[in-house]
Design a protein around this ligand. Structure first.
Ligand SMILES: Cc1cc2nc3c(=O)[nH]c(=O)nc-3n(C[C@H](O)[C@H](O)[C@H](O)COP(=O)(O)OP(=O)(O)OC[C@H]3O[C@@H](n4cnc5c(N)ncnc54)[C@H](O)[C@@H]3O)c2cc1C
Length: 256
């Protein structure tokens, strides 16, 4: 008799309805939304520093769409969590929603998931990305041990997008200001960095084509192992997140 095997699927995480309790402009390009309310009791925090949640937005035709955002900080005493949204103009749903959000507004959230946290055994740390990855990079920098060494390279398109970040003394934070988009820019910056001795742990996330360029530096030129690198696209120029996510099944959307 053939044995049948049954897989036990993890129960889907519940969709939690949070309330906006505060909104703060960190710069002209980033808005911090603090979420709270009764839903916090069901929010299961995680140890990763890149923890991300799926936010659901209603569209005018009633069709809900999902957008992915990093949970920048969880405050268990205040029972709130914070998400920093890039304000990238009138296009899209999440960016414009966050720019206009007021206390009392509501948003549905699923998650979090997570994939990276600083390895205290790494000899040095390399963090790279654009403004969309600043929440995750900032959380990682804050979680590094005080004696950690490394560098964070962040590409921005305007000088006033730069933010004060808290990092150990041995971790330099470099802001690369480039008004004209060039997918090779961040990779070129990494290529010219003084490469330190020892085992590096890498966290690199941001615009998809920039991440593909970085992939070549990390794997082809520096010959790093997959296990020491966290690399993915967070968004793709000219694509909504729905299209960006769908393209992950096609060659154009694949980074690793
Ligand atoms: C794991 C993960 C974590 C993320 N964390 C964050 C985060 O903490 N903060 C954050 O702001 N984003 C984050 N992102 C990126 C975010 O999901 C996308 O930027 C998303 O497309 C924004 O949705 P939207 O509705 O504003 O725009 P969409 O409707 O998806 O896109 C509309 C248009 O805006 C463009 N666009 C989208 N994002 C940007 C951008 N950042 N800059 C310039 N143009 C853009 C698109 O290319 C498209 O042309 C994360 C993504 C992932 C996968």
């Amino acid at each position: 008799m053939a044995l049948s095997s049954r897989t036990t699927a993890r129960p889907p995480r519940p969709t939690l309805e949070f309330e906006v309790v505060a909104s703060e402009r960190l710069s002209a390009h980033l808005v911090r939304i603090t979420l709270g309310g009764d839903a916090f009791a069901q929010f299961e925090d995680r140890p990763e520093t890149d923890k991300y949640a799926k936010l659901k937005f209603a569209t005018p035709d009633g069709h809900p769409v999902t957008r992915t955002y990093t949970v920048r900080r969880v405050d268990h005493d205040a029972r709130t969590l914070q998400i920093d949204f890039v304000v990238h103009g009138d296009e899209g749903l999440a960016g414009p929603w966050a720019a206009a959000a007021q206390p009392g507004d509501r948003v549905s959230l699923m998650g979090p998931g997570g994939g990276y946290r600083p390895d205290p055994e790494a000899d040095w740390h390399l963090l790279a990305g654009d403004l969309s990855a600043v929440p995750a990079i900032a959380a990682a920098l804050e979680a590094l041990p005080a004696d950690a060494e490394g560098v964070a390279v962040i590409e921005i398109d305007a000088p006033d997008a730069e933010l004060p970040l808290t990092a150990p003394a041995g971790v330099a934070v470099l802001w690369l200001v480039e008004p004209e988009h060039d997918a090779e820019r961040l990779a070129s910056a990494l290529r010219t960095l003084p490469w330190r001795e020892g085992r590096v742990q890498v966290f690199a996330h941001g615009e998809r084509e920039s991440m593909k360029a970085i992939r070549r530096v990390l794997f082809d030129e520096r010959e790093l192992d997959r296990g020491q690198v966290s690399l993915s696209g967070y968004w793709a120029r000219g694509r909504t997140e729905d299209r960006f996510q769908a393209e992950k099944r096609e060659p154009i959307g694949q980074i690793l």
